[in-house]
Design a protein around this ligand. Structure first.
Ligand SMILES: NC(=[NH2+])NCCC[C@H](N)C(=O)O
Length: 407
C-alpha cells in the first residue's frame, strides 16, 4: 500500500506562509467537544461551551472552502485511524492513554488490556474524546480508584484542542517538528501527531525537525516569513529556550538562515504570535494595530562555531524586511478604532490562513478587518466561526499546512 500512496501525494514541503496551499491537515471537531462543561472549560482552554453540530457544520464549510481552491484536505481522524492500523502504533497509542499516576496499577493494567482489544477506529475515539470511569467496561479492574471516582471523572482526558492542528506540529521545509505543548490540557496531542507522522504511509519517509527537544514550542508561534526566514513568538506558549532550541535545530538542518525571536505579551488574547500577526501576501501582514509599533525581534543567526549569534532587540518590521531581503514588510493597516480592533483581535481577525499570495480565509464576523484587507487588494474567503471560535482560534490555528507550492 505504501508505494501508491506516496505516488499520488506531493511530498510534504512548506517554505512560506503564503505559497499556494496544496495540502493541509485539519481536525473536524467530534465527540471531544461534547465533554466540555462549565466546570471544565477553563482548564480545557475553551471560553464557552460550543454547540457541537453547528461547529461541525462550520468546520465542514471551512474544509469545503479549501477544497474549492484545490487544497487536499487530510482529516486528522483519518490519518490517526490509518496509523493505528499498524500494531506497533496501536500498542504505543494505548500506552500514551494510560496515566498510571491517576488510575493506579490495577486499573492501569485493566485499561491497557481493554484498549488493546479496540479496533483502530475505537481506539482513535478514546484517544480523542477521552473516557470516563462510567464508560470503562464494568469487568475491568474493581479497584478503590474506580469506586471513589465520580462516574463522570476522566480515566482518559478528552482533547478538544485537537481542532487547532496548527499548534501540535509544524512543517518547516521538508521536515516536520512535533511541538512541545505548554498547557497540560494539550500535552497528549503531540503523542498522536508523533504516531501519525511515524506510521501513516504518506509520512513515513518524512524527516523530523526539532527532534527530541522538550522546551515548549507551539506551531501558532512559528511563522515562515520567507524561505529561510522564521519568526518565533515567545510568550505564554513558547519559551525562550524553546525558540532557541528550534532555531538551533533549524540552522543545523539548513532549514533557516535567520530566526526572529519575537516577545509577545503573556496573555490569553495573545497566546500565540499568529493571534496578532499573519501573512496575507508575499510582502504583507495583517497585524493588530496595538502591537504594530512596539513589536520587537531578537534576530538569531548561525555563527561559524556551530553556535547561535543573538542580536537586537530591534523593531520587528525592520528586522523582518532585512531578513527577507525586501525593502519593507507592508502592514495592512486595519486602521480600526481601538475598541473595534480589540474586539476583532479577540475574535481572531488577525488569524488568517493564506491559500496563496493575496488570498486568505478569515472569519466573516470580523467585518471591519476583512473590509480593510479587501481595500488593500487581498481576496478574503469568509467562513462562519461562531462556534469554532469558542476555543479562541481562527483559520490559521485550525490548519497545519503540509504542502505549499514554491513562491
Ligand atoms: N495558533 C493558535 N492561535 N491556536 C489557538 C489555540 C487555542 C486553544 N484553545 C489553546 O488555548 O491552546
Amino acid at each position: 500500500m505504501t508505494a501508491p500512496d506516496l505516488e499520488v501525494h506531493e511530498q510534504p514541503r512548506v517554505e512560506s506562509e503564503v505559497g499556494p496551499l496544496r495540502a493541509v491537515l485539519l481536525h473536524r471537531p467530534g465527540d471531544e467537544l461534547k465533554r466540555l462543561t462549565p466546570r471544565n472549560n477553563d482548564q480545557l482552554l475553551f471560553d464557552s461551551i460550543p454547540w457541537v453540530d453547528r461547529a461541525q457544520e462550520e468546520h465542514d464549510a471551512f474544509s469545503e472552502t479549501l477544497r474549492s481552491r484545490d487544497v487536499d484536505v487530510l482529516l486528522l481522524v483519518d490519518a490517526l485511524v490509518a496509523a493505528l492500523g499498524d500494531e506497533r502504533a496501536h500498542a504505543a497509542a494505548a500506552d500514551t492513554a494510560v496515566d498510571r499516576r491517576r488510575v493506579g496499577h490495577e486499573l492501569a493494567d485493566a485499561l491497557s488490556s481493554h484498549l488493546s482489544t479496540l479496533t483502530p477506529t475505537g481506539l482513535a475515539d478514546v484517544l480523542m474524546a477521552g473516557m470516563t470511569f462510567e464508560e470503562l467496561p464494568a469487568a475491568e479492574g474493581a479497584s478503590l480508584v474506580r469506586k471513589m471516582h465520580h462516574p463522570h471523572d476522566f480515566v482518559v482526558d478528552p482533547l478538544p484542542n485537537l481542532l487547532f492542528t496548527r499548534d501540535s506540529s509544524v512543517w518547516i521545509g521538508n521536515r516536520v517538528a512535533i511541538a512541545s505543548l505548554a498547557m497540560p490540557a494539550r500535552n497528549r496531542e503531540t503523542a498522536l501527531l508523533d504516531l501519525i507522522y511515524a506510521y501513516h504511509p504518506r509520512f513515513r519517509s518524512a524527516g523530523r525537525a526539532y527532534g527530541a527537544h522538550s522546551a515548549p514550542v507551539e506551531g501558532g508561534d512559528v511563522l515562515l516569513l520567507a524561505p529561510g526566514v522564521m519568526a518565533i513568538g515567545v510568550g505564554e506558549r513558547t519559551s525562550p529556550a524553546g525558540a532557541e532550541s528550534l532555531a538551533r535545530s533549524a540552522f543545523a538542518d539548513g532549514l533557516a538562515h535567520t530566526v526572529l525571536a519575537v516577545p509577545i505579551a503573556q496573555d490569553r488574547a495573545t497566546m500565540h504570535l499568529d493571534t496578532v500577526c499573519t501573512m496575507v501576501d508575499r510582502d504583507a501582514v495583517v497585524m493588530y494595530p496595538a502591537v504594530r509599533d512596539t513589536l520587537v525581534a531578537y534576530p538569531l543567526q548561525p555563527d561559524d562555531a556551530k553556535g547561535v549569534r543573538v542580536a537586537g532587540p530591534v523593531p520587528f518590521l525592520e528586522a523582518a524586511a532585512t531578513a527577507m531581503g525586501i525593502d519593507r514588510l507592508r502592514v495592512i493597516d486595519t486602521g480600526l478604532d481601538p475598541v473595534t480592533a480589540e474586539r476583532e483581535q479577540w475574535d481572531d481577525g488577525n488569524n488568517t490562513l493564506a491559500v496563496g499570495p493575496g488570498v486568505v480565509v478569515a472569519y466573516e464576523r470580523n467585518v471591519e478587518t476583512n473590509e480593510r484587507l479587501e481595500e488593500a487588494g487581498i481576496e478574503v474567503l469568509r467562513i462562519r466561526g461562531s462556534e469554532l471560535g469558542s476555543g479562541r482560534g481562527g483559520p490559521r490555528c485550525m490548519s497545519c499546512p503540509i504542502v505549499r507550492a514554491q513562491l
